[in-house]
Each structure stands twice: as structure tokens, then as C-alpha cells.
Design a protein around this ligand. Structure first.
Ligand code: MN
Length: 278
């Protein structure tokens, strides 16, 4: 067993996206090499509806999956497959953009909004797969209770408990972990996986240093992450997946492998042939 050291800590940057949603982009365009197969992590943590109420009106996606998970708050959505509904607190929406989807994501005013949207890249061979949408309700997400901790398994497996999702295209581990003060946590992964966490509450002591709230930690070489919560406890999301190591051509909500594929996508959006599956 080799403990993974910290490779990089990032707090991201405040960005405005959609129709004017204030969010923190924890990872994004410039982080592809380090975080492959993960492209983006947008974090929401706000008690001011003005930050997010303008939402993300109708926009396209192609070549990626977007995974939205909320601890608190509510997001109404609709898409070109005919899905309509809302992501409520404790729920997760796993959307495969594939060949093309047009959707909108509209956060509703609530006392607090806490959650994030992760973008997972699709392998070259699956970029144009059929779009799909999975509504993972709170009650579908198993909660593993161990002394001093609670682990919600959204995707992949934790200590023999499988989540409702596994990642059909990129095998992905997605956990929501709550630790009491000073509680140690560890988990092993296949060595080639990219593994990172994002701290949503409290702070963590890892690799000889304290890492604060709203930071992401990318781990380096090894097969096991091991750290403990600081005295005030911690809650974090953990993501793991195998890098694709493929060329990335990224334009806004569309991520392909070549600039020619981006040009085709733009042209199809203009002439109304972007959507291949309804
Ligand atoms: Mn979107």
C-alpha cells in the first residue's frame, strides 16, 4: 500500500456562467491534464438566491456527461429528450450529453443552495453515443454508516456497497463523505486512477498540512488516500476515474477531440441538425 501525497490544492475562481449565476469553478479548462477524465467542477454554496436564480437557460451539450448533486436547494430542469423535473436536496442528476442534448437548469430560490456540477469527459468512441438522463433520487443513494462517519455512495462502490450509478463510459467513483472531528478515513484505488476530493464543510488534515473548506485536493501517485478530519469535522465529495489520455477540443458546453468536430457542432447548432436523438 502506498499513500498518495497531495499533488495539487486548488480553490478555483469565482465565475459567472449561464444567465449570470455566481459560482466557484474549482476545476476547469486549464486543469484538463491534471484532472483527466474530469473536466470541470462548479461548486455552489450560497444563502443568497440572487447568486443563482438567473439559472442556466436552454443550452446544448455534446461529448460529455454532467453530474449535478445537491445537498441543499432545488434545480428545475428540462431537456430535448422530453424530461422535465427537479433535482431536490440529496438527489443527483446524471446526464449523458453524448451526440447532443439541449437542456436548461434553473435553480429555485431556497434558504441555502449547496452542491456541485461535475463534468466527466466521454471517451472518443462514445462521444456521439445516445444522450441519456438519469434522475437519482435521494432514497436510491445508499448511506454506509461506520463509527465516526457516513458515506453516501452515488457512483461506484464503497466497502461492498454499490451506488445506483457506476459510470457507463468512464467508471467513476463518486462519494459524499461526512467525518466527525479527528476521524481518519482511507480508501484504496487502482493506481492509475485520478483521485480528488472537494471539501464542502469543515477542514482536513492530510500529508502534514491542514486543507480548508472549499478547496479541492488532487492526489498524486500511490494507491491509497488517507487523511483525517480536523477537530470541527469535515464533509467532502470524492471523485475517482481512469484518465482517458485523449486529445481535448473544448468550446463552452461542447467537448470533442478535434477542432473540426467543434466546427461541425457549431454548424449543426446553426442549421438545426445538432440533435440526433429525441
Ligand atoms: Mn448544462
Amino acid at each position: 500500500m502506498t499513500i498518495k501525497p497531495i499533488r495539487r490544492i486548488t480553490g478555483g475562481a469565482v465565475q459567472y456562467d449561464g444567465a449570470g449565476v455566481k459560482l466557484v469553478r474549482i476545476i476547469g479548462y486549464n486543469d484538463v491534464k491534471d484532472f483527466d477524465p474530469f473536466l470541470m467542477l462548479d461548486a455552489f454554496d450560497s444563502d443568497n438566491p440572487e447568486d443563482y436564480i438567473k439559472g442556466f437557460p436552454w443550452h446544448p451539450h455534446r461529448g460529455i456527461e454532467t453530474v449535478t448533486y445537491l445537498i441543499d436547494g432545488e434545480i428545475d430542469h428540462g431537456d430535448s429528450l422530453g424530461n422535465r423535473g427537479s433535482i431536490d436536496e440529496g438527489c443527483c442528476q446524471w446526464m449523458t450529453g453524448g451526440s447532443g442534448i439541449i437542456h436548461q437548469e434553473m435553480p429555485q430560490a431556497s434558504e441555502h443552495m449547496l452542491g456541485c456540477q461535475l463534468w466527466i469527459n466521454l471517451p472518443q468512441k462514445d462521444k456521439m453515443t445516445e444522450p441519456a438522463y438519469r434522475d437519482i433520487r435521494k432514497e436510491m443513494i445508499p448511506v454506509v454508516k461506520e463509527p465516526g462517519m457516513e458515506v453516501r455512495v452515488i457512483s461506484g462502490t464503497y466497502h461492498n456497497t454499490a451506488g445506483p450509478e457506476k459510470g457507463d463510459y468512464v467508471a467513476t467513483t463518486y462519494l459524499d463523505v461526512k467525518l466527525e472531528g479527528n476521524q481518519t478515513w482511507s480508501m484504496s484505488f487502482e493506481a492509475e486512477n485520478t483521485v480528488f476530493i472537494y471539501i464542502v464543510r469543515g477542514s482536513i488534515h492530510v500529508d502534514g498540512q491542514q486543507v480548508l473548506l472549499h478547496r479541492a485536493i488532487l492526489f498524486g501517485e500511490g494507491d491509497t488516500v488517507e487523511f483525517k478530519a480536523e477537530e470541527d469535522g469535515a464533509r467532502f465529495f470524492l471523485y475517482a476515474g481512469k484518465p482517458l489520455k485523449e486529445p481535448v477540443a473544448w468550446a463552452g458546453p461542447i467537448v470533442m477531440n478535434t477542432s473540426e468536430e467543434l466546427r461541425i457542432a457549431r454548424q449543426e447548432l446553426q442549421n438545426g441538425t445538432f440533435i440526433k436523438h429525441k
